[in-house]
Design a protein around this ligand. Structure first.
Ligand code: ZN
Length: 344
């Protein structure tokens, strides 16, 4: 095994027998114990395809969540998804207003949400297991606080304390990596500096697992791809990464394959693990191992091989299973090519 490791950001497409494919927030096909069994089977399948592809750090493919945010926060309290209000979220990057589910009561954390799922995964693989959780800034931006009318910063702080209890429970149960997803760090760069990073670190307080943060330019969905086509400002990491370099975060996931990011921005992260996005999650086209290897070699000009984790740009839930499986194989094969060059 060479110095360069491999993993995916988190989500994988759901099998057609579990949920409607190709949709974010797609409805489940079954309920009750049948749904639980279908989710278990889908997680077992996800672990197996990641292992067969040759990935080093595996996860549940978010098969137990309809959506990376909603599938977690719905366990913390009452949220009205059916009658959302409109909110100027995501900095109005993708639309003027976005439907925001309404928070109807004060959230509490009474027991771990993802612990049984973690135990299930750990019992079925010998590889390192990563768990992904939605980040405070991104959750606050996505919901409407009907209970307290709090600012996003205040809501994020309250949520971060609940998230911390979850992260500690997962860490104590043997999660190797706990990744908190903060795509909004690539939007609200001033707020990251003012409160976002501090609150993220609070969510990790006492966590002994590797502390990871995923920061991207969004899923490979139509609205995001349309924005990327016209966007010419890729400077957001320049603002946030120097701050993260000074933080307790161990691993940072960066989108580079499908963005116009200049990789020299990674220079400030020396000593941290960098999950470099070398797979474009916005296309069905499967990259060749050579293309992936070229992207890894390019990243090695800025990240030491022993700190480089080759990764996808973002989650692959909008992709077909064929494309996602092909991309995971290309990811592992591309990393293996470079590892061989390094004498491994
Ligand atoms: Zn992402």
């Amino acid at each position: 095994m060479g110095p360069i490791k491999t993993t995916i950001v988190g989500s994988l497409p759901k099998p057609e027998w579990l949920s409607v494919p190709g949709q974010l927030r797609a409805p489940w096909r079954s309920e009750g114990s049948a749904l639980k069994q279908a989710q278990d089977d889908a997680v077992a399948l996800s672990l197996s395809v990641q292992e067969q592809a040759g990935l080093n750090i595996v996860c549940d493919g978010e098969q137990r969540r309809r959506h990376y945010i909603w599938g977690f926060i719905e366990h913390l309290g009452s949220v009205d998804f059916e009658n959302p209000t409109k909110k100027k979220s995501r900095g109005q990057r993708y639309s003027q207003e976005t439907p925001a589910p309404r928070v109807l009561d004060e959230w509490t954390w009474t027991k771990p949400v993802l612990l049984d799922g973690l135990r299930f995964a750990k019992a079925r693989t010998d590889r390192q297991v990563k768990v992904t959780l939605p980040g405070p800034m991104t959750v606050a931006d996505s919901v409407f606080d009907e209970v307290g009318g709090r600012s996003d910063a205040d809501f994020a702080a309250v949520y971060a304390d609940l998230l911390n209890k979850e992260a500690r429970a997962l860490s104590e149960a043997g999660a190797d990596v706990i990744q908190i997803d903060e795509p909004c760090f690539n939007i609200y760069t001033d707020e990251v500096k003012d409160w976002g990073l501090e609150i993220l670190e609070r969510a990790f307080d006492g966590v002994t697992a590797k502390r990871a943060v995923h920061i991207c330019y969004g899923y490979g969905t139509e609205v995001v791809l349309n924005w990327k086509k016209v966007n010419d400002d890729w400077s957001h990491y320049n603002a946030t990464l120097p701050l993260i370099a000074e933080s307790s975060i161990d691993q940072i996931s960066i989108e580079t394959a499908a963005s116009g990011v200049d990789l020299s921005v990674l220079d400030c992260l020396a000593g941290k693990d960098v999950m470099v996005g070398v797979i474009d999650v916005g296309t069905e086209e499967v990259e060749s191992a050579q293309v992936v290897a070229d992207r890894i070699r390019h990243a090695m000009e800025h990240v030491a091989a022993e700190h480089l984790i080759a990764c996808t740009d973002c989650g692959m839930v909008p992709r077909s299973r064929r494309a996602a499986e092909g991309k995971m194989r290309a990811l592992a094969d591309g990393a293996a090519l470079v590892n061989r060059e390094l004498g491994a």
